[in-house]
Design a protein around this ligand. Sequence first.
Ligand SMILES: [Zn+2]
Length: 86
Amino acid sequence: MDKIGGDKQIPGEAAQTSLIVKCDVCGQQLNRRHLSSHKRLSHGKNNKSPVSIGDEAKAVETILALYLQLSTKSRNNVVKRLASLS
Ligand SMILES: [Zn+2]
């Protein structure tokens, strides 16, 4: 049996938790390194105004429709989280 030595990996997981940032477009929590690619992938090009007013109105309706489908427990959870955002 051969042992493979000297193959240590430096644990970087703990250090990376401090690099968690919130996407300012959708509020999703992401690793800072992935934020720019997330924005590109999820929110299109580097657009400074990610949501137009018309899209916002649609988004609000979508959110409300989804909200109404939730259980009371989940609704309370959503309300709490929304409150913590503002
Ligand atoms: Zn996002």
